[in-house]
Design a protein around this ligand. Structure first.
Ligand code: SAM
Length: 346
């Protein structure tokens, strides 16, 4: 989908969330400008509670309907652009065919909404979450969006894992799993991929969760198999951030965005402040090969020499200097660096 189409969806999303979640008086306020604190304060309180569990990487054993709604009003909107960024990394074959999709740990449907925003063709969608209130809020949002997405909601993992999928989305779930479960879950999800299918894992950019993701990736690429990590890694060598003893392998990226109105209001009430979005991620494709080249890891800086950043490739984690004349206008963390024979690295 064009950037325009994607922007249009983002503009439609928040009004739909408001219709799905807030009472009529708050909907009227939203239509005229700001929603009053009276209506938003309870959601802000729920967010503070959820965020504490999030930062401590605690699994949410239960969740109230209010908390699931608060998650949707805030985190769904905050996580959606990250999923969009990852979906744009999918091979064109997947972006142009009808897809059997599993949204694993779907919450209120963040990953699925990102697919809608990119106009990917969804042949079937299995929405799996162990928390009923999340699935209920997902259902409410689908109704409010009046879209033709027809998820099959399930709380039963064996039902979810009985299918074969062209695309599996797994957003901010591994951070909630215990270490022993992470690797087995990763393997199980890979085994449910169709030939050419992809598993998209989105994680928070916390040092601890990013490091755990890199360790899982290293163990996985060390095993023989038909799967390739196609993002952000460009190669299957051991991760240079892990092998260099620099402390946690903090492989993460930043996205700039314009926060929608309710996110800004909830930021004010909670003191969060999502001006820039940070995330870590991994995309695995069945039957693929590593993409090669060099991936920008740190925020590129414009210097006298050109554009400078740290980048990762089969030859390691190195400083890259892209001369001014060769530097693209837009280059961000997790973009592929331009492949120029004369790009020096030191
Ligand atoms: C932080 S939310 C993420 C929601 C959504 N994927 C996103 O990225 O915004 C994590 C979700 O994963 C679900 N979850 C965690 N562990 C799970 C498991 N073992 N099986 C199913 N769902 C799980 C939780 O119930 C929760 O809804």
């Amino acid at each position: 989908m064009s950037d325009q189409g994607s922007t249009r969806f983002s503009e439609e999303l928040e009004p739909s969330l408001v219709r799905a979640i807030l009472p009529p008086q708050a909907q009227q306020q939203y239509a005229q400008g700001k929603v009053s604190k009276e209506f938003l304060a309870p959601f802000a309180e729920s967010l503070l509670h959820l965020s504490k569990a999030y930062v401590q990487c605690e699994a949410w054993r239960s969740i109230s309907r209010r908390e699931a709604q608060a998650y949707a009003l805030y985190y769904l909107q905050v996580n959606l652009p990250k999923f969009v960024r990852l979906i744009r990394e999918l091979p064109s074959s997947l972006r142009s065919q009808p897809l059997r999709v599993l949204d694993y740990g779907c919450g209120p449907g963040t990953g699925s909404m990102a697919l809608l925003s990119q106009a990917l063709q969804i042949q079937s969608l299995t929405a799996f979450d162990r928390l009923r209130p999340m699935l209920d809020v997902f259902t409410d949002i689908v109704h409010a969006l009046a879209c033709d997405m027809r998820p099959q909601y399930t709380q039963d993992e064996s039902t979810a894992l009985a299918g074969i999928y062209d695309l599996i989305l797994c957003g901010n779930v591994f951070c909630e799993l215990e270490i022993a479960k992470k690797m087995s879950c990763f393997h199980q999800l890979c085994q449910r991929l169709s030939p050419g299918g992809a598993l998209v894992i989105l994680e928070p950019a916390l040092q601890e969760t990013a490091d755990a993701l890199v360790r899982m990736r290293d163990a996985f690429v060390g095993e023989p198999g038909e799967y390739a990590v196609i993002f952000p890694c460009t190669h299957h060598n051991p991760c240079p951030l892990l092998s260099s003893n620099r402390g946690p392998a903090w492989c993460h990226a930043t996205l700039s965005w314009e926060a929608p109105q309710l996110v800004r209001q909830l930021d004010e009430l909670t003191g969060f402040g999502k001006h820039r979005l940070k995330y870590s991620a991994l995309i695995v494709q069945r039957g693929a090969i590593p993409v090669g080249g060099s991936r920008v890891i740190t925020e590129p800086e414009r210097t006298k020499r050109g554009v400078e950043c740290m980048a990762c490739s089969a030859s390691g984690y190195e400083r890259l200097i892209i001369p001014k004349k060769s530097a693209p206008r837009h280059l961000a963390s997790f973009d592929l660096a331009p492949s120029l024979p004369d790009v020096p690295s030191i």
